[in-house]
Write a protein that binds this ligand. Structure first.
Ligand SMILES: [Zn+2]
Length: 364
C-alpha cells in the first residue's frame, strides 16, 4: 500500500499528506484494511517522497523511495492493556500481542506515553514519548574523539577510554571481506552484508558502553556535554591528499559520529544539554595558561608547555580545551571572552584514568 501511494505521488508530483489524502484517498478502496492503516501508509509514502525531494535539492543522489521489506506501522487505535498490545485488525476486531516483562516494565515507567507501533516479520517496536525538563548545568564535560581513544574532561580530571579494539574489528572485517573468492554475485552480496552488519553491531555495542558511562557521569555531576564540531572531517582524508591507503582507510572508517549520536539521544532522554564548539586550536593551546604548546620531543603524543614547564597528554589537552571553550561559551555569564582560558584553573592537576572501553563495567 505504501508503494502504491508512492507511485501515485510520483505520477502526480505530490509529496504532502494533505494533498495526497484529499485527492487520492478513494484509490485505496481496493485494500481490505481498516482506514487507520490507509492514512499511515499515505503518511509513510509522503515522508519517503519528501526525503527523496530533499536529497535532490541538496544535490545528493536520491535513494529509491520504495519499500522493500514488509512492515506495519500505525499511531492510531492501538492500546496497551497490561501485558497485551492490542492493535486494530480486520472486521473491526483487535489483534493482541503479548509483550515481555521488560517491555511492560519500561512502558509503565512514569511519564512514558506510547505513540506508535511498528511490526515487521521478526519484531514489534513501540515508540514512546517522555516530557523532560532540562537539567540546570553547573559543570561541563568536554569530549575529544580520537582514532584510538575517547578522552573526556570531567571536573575532577580526565578519563581516557581506549578504543583500539574498534580498529581491529574494522581491519578484520576488511580482510574477511577481501578474502571472498567465489564468482557469484548473490552469494557475495549476502556475505558482504552479513559481515558489514556484524561489524556495525559490534562497533555500536562497544560504543554503547562508553556513551552510557559518559552520560551517567554527566548526570551525576550535573554537567553539560560538549563536543567539538568535526563535521566534514572526512574531506581531510580524500584520495589524492598524499596519504597512504592504510591510513586513509583507518581514518575514513573511524566512527566518530556514532558516539555522538548515542550520547545525543541518551542525554536528550535525561534532559542534559549537548553543545558543540569550534575545534580550532583545541590541541594547540595550554589548558592551564593559554600558551602555545610544543611537541614533546621525548614522549610520544605529549605536548610541552614552556610557560608551565609541564608535559601533557595531547588528548587530555584537547578534552580540557573543549570543556573550557564550552564552559566560557555556554555557562559563563559574560559569554566567550577570549580563546585562551586563563585564570580558572590555577591548581589544575591533570589526572588520567585509563579505561579500556571493551572492559568497561557500567554500574546498574
Ligand atoms: Zn601552560
Amino acid at each position: 500500500m505504501i508503494n502504491y501511494c508512492i507511485r501515485i505521488g510520483l505520477d502526480n508530483n505530490i509529496s504532502t499528506l494533505k494533498r495526497l489524502s484529499s485527492l487520492h484517498y478513494k484509490d485505496l478502496q481496493k485494500y481490505q484494511i481498516q482506514s487507520k492503516y490507509k492514512l499511515t501508509a499515505m503518511s509513510q509514502a509522503c515522508g519517503r517522497l519528501a526525503q527523496m525531494k530533499r536529497s535532490i535539492r541538496e544535490g545528493k543522489r536520491p535513494k529509491s523511495p520504495f519499500v522493500t521489506k514488509p512492515y506495519l506501522i500505525s499511531c492510531y487505535g492501538f492500546k496497551l492493556n497490561g501485558m497485551l498490545l492490542s492493535i486494530p485488525g480486520g472486521n473491526r476486531n483487535h489483534v493482541n500481542i503479548v509483550l515481555n516483562q521488560h517491555t511492560v516494565d519500561k512502558l509503565s515507567e512514569e511519564g512514558i506515553q506510547p505513540r506508535s507501533f511498528t511490526i515487521t516479520p521478526s519484531s514489534v517496536s513501540i515508540s514512546v514519548r517522555k516530557e523532560v525538563e532540562e537539567i540546570k548545568c553547573q559543570n561541563v564535560i568536554g569530549i575529544d574523539r580520537n582514532l584510538r581513544n575517547v578522552t573526556i574532561a570531567i571536573p575532577s580530571g580526565a578519563i581516557l577510554y581506549r578504543t583500539n579494539k574498534l580498529l581491529s574489528i574494522k581491519e578484520n572485517t576488511t580482510h574477511v571481506i577481501a578474502s571472498f573468492r567465489r564468482n557469484d554475485r548473490r552469494v557475495k552480496n549476502k556475505f558482504y552484508s552479513q559481515k558489514r552488519s556484524r561489524r556495525t553491531r559490534r562497533v555500536q555495542q562497544f560504543l554503547h558502553k562508553i556513551s552510557k558511562d559518559i552520560v551517567q557521569r554527566a548526570i551525576k555531576s550535573k554537567s553539560m556535554i560538549v563536543f567539538e564540531d568535526i563535521k566534514g572531517i572526512r574531506k581531510l582524508y580524500k584520495r589524492g591528499n598524499g596519504q597512504g591507503n592504510k591510513f586513509r582507510r583507518r581514518l575514513n572508517s573511524w566512527s566518530f559520529y556514532e558516539l555522538q549520536r548515542q550520547i545525543q539521544y541518551k542525554a536528550a532522554w535525561e534532559g542534559l544539554p549537548v553543545r558543540f564548539v569550534d575545534p580550532k586550536r583545541t590541541s594547540q593551546l595550554c589548558p592551564i595558561c593559554g600558551e602555545r604548546l610544543q611537541e614533546d620531543r621525548f614522549q610520544h603524543r605529549k605536548l610541552w608547555c614552556n610557560n608551565c614547564m609541564k608535559s601533557m597528554d595531547r588528548d587530555v589537552v584537547a578534552a580540557l580545551n573543549i570543556s573550557y571553550k564550552g564552559w566560557s561559551r555556554f555557562c559563563h555569564p559574560r559569554g566567550l571572552s577570549d580563546e585562551a582560558v586563563k585564570g580558572n584553573v590555577e591548581n589544575f592537576q591533570p589526572l588520567i584514568l585509563g579505561v579500556d572501553g571493551s572492559k568497561l563495567q557500567v554500574q546498574k
